[in-house]
Design a binder for this molecule. Structure first.
Ligand code: ADP
Ligand code: MG
Length: 738
């Protein structure tokens, strides 16, 4: 009899075991049983091809009549014609050339999917299928499949679905008792099957309802393990000691506030007090502040920073790019006024000093900054990754603010926190709105504050799509519009997806850690290539001179991108901020935080190359100065394509939460075609953050109940062991990313 940790070899035969290892990385009984079927083919319920209607979900029993493989637009397209005697239907597979090896003329199989049409012909795109093994006649082969519901597995290379099915049967036949790590009370309360029953039912269901219930239980398992992991992390943080930082009634914060040129919005007031309350506690604050671009996060962060300076502490503000760090320095210096000049003649007695630390500063500049950081003169230290480096020592680091969280890894966050004697308070800010359950899963160790409202006086940005395939003359109109805008004394950003012609990696849409984590939770493997295709894209170095001598002749244009030296970048940015440049032709270096109120228009070239949230982020750069903002999304995407739909969605709403949902949904769609076939051993296979919201909420409740009286899960060692496995897996995933 076999247990879950037994090796497959010896149970299913060496050849099959080796193939499973090679194709899916599966080595144990558990690995194989965790390779769940994608769907079930119902035996005896086959449809006639001649009677199929578009949109039907069908399974047909048919013979392969023709196989053709070709390339188009850099993609491999495999087209397979099948017939059941009544009619012919075509099956299409993109970028899965290996399927040609198993889909041979003359073979019979069951093909399942949704009927679509292409050029008037009925077709199934990426159908699931189960081929009848060679040499078996169809009837006896069908009879040999054990149940009425035949599982269809994600297959790969040497491991077609039916072969996986056979291996699973063998394993299930010899399966011993399975220890269930979920507490019996939880299983009872939720009406779930036991782990063993669930593993049997998901592979060999008695009914589709039984399969659904099994899948629900196994999905819940993933959700609760994740929630337990996060609950553990929250408990660890709560157990740490931090210095409480209390705001006094007539200290730096109140002087600062009395000089502030505007009134806080009610949202800002609320978040300010959440933060103040956290930081008064003897445990570190661990808070995520999410708020739309322009919602006024900076002033909240600054207030928090000043509050620690009151009691002699220092604050570090970590920015993802040099441009942004410099920008923050300017904004904060301006907001502080005299308060930023402590110790100098014009300065006020009760202020502080600011220090900037970035990688490209000269050695002398760095030395000066490091001095002020270590002797405590600099109360506010702003910088990029350079802040994390070895040589940086703080006198008393009390608060770490991370701007645009998703560009930083957990390790980097932690590395900076290590520079404090006691764990500092942590405030993480993001402008990417995150749906609640996503926040609960990915940032589940952080408390969340949300700014929903923009400071009043902000005029909404108008966004339009320029579909250059259909309406090429719209682009000329766009350039006219740029000239009009500049004519009115305003400034314009033009954004291109890459720096130079033919160059690939560097400017590719950056995939953030949060994106990757989200994608993983959604069973996705996203790569930069999926967001930005490999084909020709507009580049800054090509576009800037072309416009300067063509459509935008006479205007003052300047390029800005990540490969320029930081001197050039700084000069360009400040010239633009001072209105000496009319049009900035830039890559996404301007994506976050850049704040030039006089910029009122943005043209995004090849807009389909950017993610939904990224486009939203980018357009937030305009319309910040009380003038209406305009954003044009230029795209050569095919009308009716998903890329076009995405752009239309961005143009259609300014609601960041709505857009981040669309973003997540779309990536999942993309996954259906693009998913890597080689399996990973992830513990998170079934869970989908958007679809499973209710389940995640429930898992969180159960997890909190379990740890509230038993924080180390001492009463549930099997469950605790599963949580550590997940923790281990997560750690190595982060390490892999470097
Ligand atoms: P975010 O970082 O959230 O994108 P910022 O902090 O850069 O937004 O704020 C955008 C602009 O709004 C800044 O110019 C800031 O000074 C201004 N601002 C912030 N809070 C208010 C407020 N309560 N009333 C008016 N303007 C505000
Ligand atoms: Mg900001």
């Amino acid at each position: 009899m076999a247990v879950l940790s037994d090796r497959l070899k010896g149970i299913i035969g060496d050849r099959s075991a080796e193939a499973l290892t090679k194709v899916f990385g599966a080595t144990t009984v558990e690995d194989l049983l965790r390779h769940y079927p994608r769907r079930y083919v119902v035996r005896g319920e086959f449809s006639d091809i001649s009677g199929l209607l578009e949109g039907d979900e069908v399974t047909v029993l048919a013979e392969i009549a023709a196989v053709k493989s070709r390339r188009a637009n850099g993609r491999n397209i495999l087209e397979v014609n099948v017939t059941d005697g009544s009619a012919v239907m075509s099956l299409t597979f993109f970028n899965q050339p290996w399927r040609e090896k198993e889909l041979k003329i003359g073979k019979t199989g069951m093909f399942a999917g949704k009927v679509g049409s292409f050029n008037g012909k009925r077709q199934l795109s990426h159908p699931d299928y189960q081929l009848i093994p060679d040499g078996d006649d169809v009837d006896s082969a069908l009879a040999a499949f054990a149940g009425k519901y035949l599982p269809v597995y994600p297959a790969g290379g040497k491991m077609p679905s039916w072969k996986i099915s056979q291996c699973v049967e063998l394993v299930l036949d010899s399966l011993d008792e399975v220890e269930d790590y979920l507490p019996e009370s939880v299983i009872k309360e939720l009406g779930y099957p036991t782990l063993k029953q669930a593993l049997i039912s998901i592979h060999k269901p008695e009914s589709l309802e039984a399969a659904d219930l099994a899948r629900l239980r196994l999905t819940f398992d993933e959700a609760i393990l994740l929630q337990l992991l996060l609950a553990g992390r929250r408990a660890e943080i709560k157990a740490l000691d931090a210095t409480p930082r209390k705001i006094s009634t007539n200290g730096l914060v109140s002087v600062f506030e009395s000089n502030l040129p505007f009134k806080y919005t009610s949202g800002q007031i609320e978040v300010n007090s959440e933060i103040a309350e956290d930081m008064q506690k003897p445990h570190p604050m661990h808070r995520l502040l999410q708020g739309e671009v322009g919602s006024g996060k900076t002033v909240i962060a600054l207030r928090a920073m000043l509050s620690v300076i009151e009691s002699g502490g220092q604050a570090a503000l970590l920015a993802p790019t040099e441009v942004l760090a410099t920008q923050h320095l300017k904004t904060i210096t301006k907001l502080l006024g005299d308060l930023a000049q402590a110790g100098t003649l014009q300065g006020s007695g009760e202020g502080t000093q600011l220090a900037l630390l970035t990688g490209s500063m000269s050695a002398a500049q760095k030395r000066e900054a490091l001095g002020k950081i270590s002797n405590g003169e600099a109360g506010i230290v702003i910088g990029t990754h350079a802040l994390i480096s070895e040589g940086v020592e703080f006198r008393d680091l009390a608060l770490v603010v991370v701007d645009e969280q998703h560009r930083f890894g957990v390790e980097q966050r932690d590395a900076l926190r290590m520079k404090a004697a006691k764990p500092p308070h942590l405030l993480v800010m993001t402008a990417t709105p995150i749906p609640r359950t996503v926040a609960m899963t990915i940032f589940g160790d952080l408390d969340v504050s949300t700014l929903r409202q923009l400071p009043s006086g902000r005029i909404p940005i108008e966004t339009h799509v320029i579909p250059v395939l259909e309406k090429p003359h719209f682009l000329e109109r766009a350039w006219e519009r740029v000239k009009e805008e500049v004519g009115k004394g305003r400034q314009v950003y033009i954004v291109a997806p890459r720096i130079s012609e033919g160059e690939s990696d560097e400017t590719k849409v950056k995939i953030s850690e949060a994106d990757i984590a989200m994608a993983k939770l959604m069973g996705d493997e996203i790569t930069s290539d999926e967001l930005s295709g490999g084909e020709k894209m507009t580049s800054v170095e090509e576009l800037a001179p072309k416009l300067a001598t063509g459509a935008l002749k006479g205007l003052k244009l300047a390029p800005l991108h990540g490969r320029q030296s930081s001197d050039v970048k700084d000069e360009t940015m400040s010239a633009f901020a001072q209105g000496e440049i009319d049009v900035l032709v830039a890559t996404t270096v301007i994506e976050v935080g850049v704040d030039v109120p006089n910029a009122s228009m943005m043209v995004i070239m090849d807009a389909d190359r950017f993610g939904v949230s990224q486009l939203h982020q980018l357009r937030g750069r305009v319309g910040r100065g009380g003038t209406p903002g305009l954003c044009l999304l230029v795209s050569g995407a095919v009308p009716e394509s998903t890329a076009m739909a995405r752009l239309t969605a961005v143009a259609g709403t300014l609601d960041g939460f709505e857009l981040s949902r669309i973003d997540l949904d779309q990536r999942r769609e993309g996954d259906v075609l693009g998913r890597a076939q080689s399996g990973t051993k992830s513990h998170l296979r079934l869970l989908r953050v958007l679809r499973d919201e209710a389940l995640i909420e429930e898992a969180r409740r159960v997890a909190n109940e379990l740890v509230s009286s038993d924080s180390k899960l001492a009463k549930h060692p099997a469950l605790a062991a599963q949580v550590s496995l997940l923790k281990e897996e997560e750690r190595s995933a982060f390490l892999d990313k470097g």
